[in-house]
Design a protein around this ligand. Structure first.
Ligand code: ADP
Length: 303
C-alpha cells in the first residue's frame, strides 16, 4: 500500500518560440489546460503503473477541483483523502514551453497551502497502514515533516522527491529513507554542484551522511546517479527517446519507481521500470496526459 501526500494544480500550458522577456508579449500556440501538480502527477504515475495508492491532498471548491478529483479516481487512485476546501481556489501553474522543450513555471498554491497538520491528523491512519509514503515540497513543510514522523514511527518507508528546489532541515532529511533530487535540487540540499559523476557522488555522500539510505539523483536524459549508503554509486542510464517536453518526467519517474519498489523489485530493476515510464512521458506533451499506464510501460520494456 502506498500513500502519496502532495499538491494538485491545474496547469495552463502555452507553447512559445522563446520565453517572453520583461515587457515583451509573445504569441503562443497549442494552449491547453492539463491536470498537474507534483503530488498529483506522482500519484497518477503510481496509480496508472499499478500501485494501490491513496492520495492525501487538497483542491479548491471550484469546478476544476471537482473535475480533477474525478479524473484522479479514474487514474486508479483512492480519492477519499482529497479535500475540497471551501472558499479556496485549486492550485494553478502557468507554464511556458519553448521550442527546445524547456519550460518556465509560475505557481499559485491555492488549496495546496491548506494541507495543514490538523488536516493530516485526520488521515494519519492511512500512513500508519501504508508500506511507503511518497512526498514532494509543494505542500506546507510542517505537514511534510509531520507525515514523515508518522511514517518513521510506523515502519512506513519515506520517499522524498525534494522538488521544487530548496534546502531542508536535518530534522526532515534524517527521516527520509530514499531521496530523489534532480541535479539542481541536489545542489540546493548539499551545496555541491552536480555537473559530473564526481559531483553526483559527493552530493549523494553528503545526503547519506544525513542518514538517508538510498540516493537517486535524476540526470535528465542521462538517467540517474544511484547510490546506497556504504557502497559506491553508479549511473543507471535512461532510455533514448525523442523528447517533446520534459514536464512531469521526474514525477513519472518517482511514481513508477515507488510502484516497482512496492512490488518487491530490486532497486536497479525498479529504476529501469521508472526510466521506461519517464521516457514514454517525455515523448508526449503536458503533465498527467503524458503519464503512461502499466500496459504501455511493460510494452516499452519488451521492445
Ligand atoms: P526533473 O523533471 O525532475 O528535472 P529529470 O529531468 O532529471 O527530472 O528527469 C527525470 C527522469 O526522467 C530521468 O531520470 C529519466 O528517466 C527521464 N528523462 C528525462 N528527460 C529524458 C529524456 N530526454 N530522454 C529520456 N528520459 C528522460
Amino acid at each position: 500500500k502506498l500513500v502519496v501526500l502532495g499538491s494538485i494544480n491545474a496547469d495552463h500550458i502555452l507553447n512559445v518560440k522563446h520565453f517572453p522577456q520583461p515587457g515583451e508579449t509573445v504569441r503562443g500556440d497549442h494552449y491547453q489546460v492539463a491536470f498537474g501538480g507534483k503530488g498529483a502527477n506522482q500519484a497518477v504515475a503510481a496509480g496508472r503503473s499499478g500501485a494501490d495508492i491513496t492520495f492525501i491532498a487538497c483542491v479548491g471548491d471550484d469546478d476544476i477541483g471537482a473535475s480533477i478529483k474525478k479524473q484522479l479516481f479514474l487514474d486508479n487512485i483512492k480519492t477519499e483523502c482529497i479535500d475540497a476546501i471551501e472558499g479556496e481556489t485549486t492550485g494553478v501553474a502557468l507554464i511556458y514551453v519553448n521550442q527546445q522543450g524547456e519550460n518556465t513555471i509560475g505557481i499559485n498554491a491555492g488549496a495546496n497551502a491548506r494541507l495543514t497538520k490538523e488536516r493530516l491528523a485526520q488521515y494519519q491512519q492511512k500512513i500508519v497502514e501504508a508500506d511507503a509514503l511518497l512526498m514532494q515540497l509543494e505542500s506546507p513543510i510542517e505537514t511534510v515533516q509531520m507525515a514523515a514522523e508518522i511514517a518513521k514511527r510506523n515502519n512506513t518507508k519515506v520517499i522524498l522527491n525534494p522538488a521544487p528546489a530548496q534546502s531542508l532541515p536535518d530534522s526532515l532529511l534524517s527521516l527520509v529513507d530514499i531521496i530523489t533530487p534532480n541535479e539542481t535540487e541536489a545542489e540546493h540540499l548539499t551545496g555541491i554542484a552536480v555537473n559530473d559523476n564526481q559531483g553526483a557522488q559527493d552530493a549523494a555522500e553528503a545526503l547519506h551522511q544525513k542518514g538517508i539510505s538510498k540516493v537517486m539523483i535524476t540526470l535528465g536524459s542521462r538517467g540517474v546517479w544511484y547510490s546506497e549508503k556504504g557502497s559506491e554509486g553508479k549511473i543507471i542510464s535512461a532510455f533514448r527517446v525523442k523528447a517533446v517536453d520534459t514536464i512531469a518526467a521526474g514525477d513519472t519517474f518517482n511514481g513508477a519507481y515507488v510502484t516497482a519498489l512496492l512490488e518487491g523489485k530490486a532497486d536497479e530493476e525498479a529504476i529501469i521500470f521508472a526510466h521506461a515510464a519517464a521516457a514514454i512521458a517525455v515523448t508526449r506533451p503536458g503533465a498527467q496526459p503524458s503519464v503512461p499506464w502499466r500496459k504501455e510501460i511493460d510494452q516499452f520494456l519488451t521492445q
